[in-house]
Write a new protein. Sequence first.
Length: 349
Amino acid sequence: MPPTHGKMPAEHAEPITTADLIEQLAGEFRAGEERMLRRNAGPQPQHSPRASGIDHCSRAMALDILKCEARPAFSDWQLARMQRGREIEELIVTPGLQRLGFKVIESQASLVIRDESGTVICTGHPDGLIDYAGERIVFDCKSVAPHLWHKLNSLEDFWHDPWCYRQPIQLLLYMHAMELSIGVLILDDCLGHRKLVFVRMAGNEERVAAALRKCSLVVEAVKNHELPDYCGDPAVCRRCRWCGHGCEPPLDYSESGGIKIISDEELEHALRVRESNREPAKDAAWAERIIGKAIKPLADGDYLCGPFRLALKRWQRKGYVVQDGEVLRKKIERIADDVSQTPPVSAAS
Ligand code: SF4
């Protein structure tokens, strides 16, 4: 007889077992989480380009507006990450900055950028402005995965990242709209560590001009209901949320001549598991590298580091010769799916 929980759910009802109680609680937890995540998950209509959405491809930006309803839905994993990003970003402003004594003025104000004819070509909501020594500095908070956080130390690091390049562009557009010369990205690694990356307008004027030209092109395309050309860069297309969903760029994804379909549910599931573990795996690989570098010069013995004990012992590795044989190299990438692709960083505000 399984143990029963003390309470009877209702008169004459069977006593609820511990196993049932656990299952019920877990089910309600899952359903509640899903409800909460899905609350704001629907497509949010967009009428003009957003500063946070400046893309390498203007066609993708136009699709974001023209086919907003058809934009592939975010997965629960992505929604949870975005929700956590929003929470962290709110924490950075209040109580974060304010507790540090910075004077935050104008939080989440709307701004628009117009072209010479007065047409709105870009909109945005900077996280806020601080007044520091008489200088107004616009800031935007971003939560990024820990392995990325360590890599992003200067503006240059952003330009080389296929996702993060958008963040300084977004900030530069805010600076342009507000006629400010300094902006700052406040980066949180989702573990509570923060750093500042400053962005100056000086030296970045051409990037701003290029982003504005792109916005104008998109606005024109939307007005005429004509999509801009394909971007022509397979690397960009392969990461694109619209690839295979609203845009069929003339690309050959196969490097071995013709793509073939595999119908194997277990393999498909394994590919999804592999994908969902990619970020934690990158974090683990980064940690292994740092640990390996730090312990290499240490002598054998026992060490304590925080709550961890490190026991080091060297031994001679036996060399072996790898036999000749066939090696199968694999390259797996998501090119289309039921979920859209988002950067490995939080939802951009
Ligand atoms: S698939 Fe390529 S061409 Fe099409 S919208 Fe995306 S990036 Fe642009």
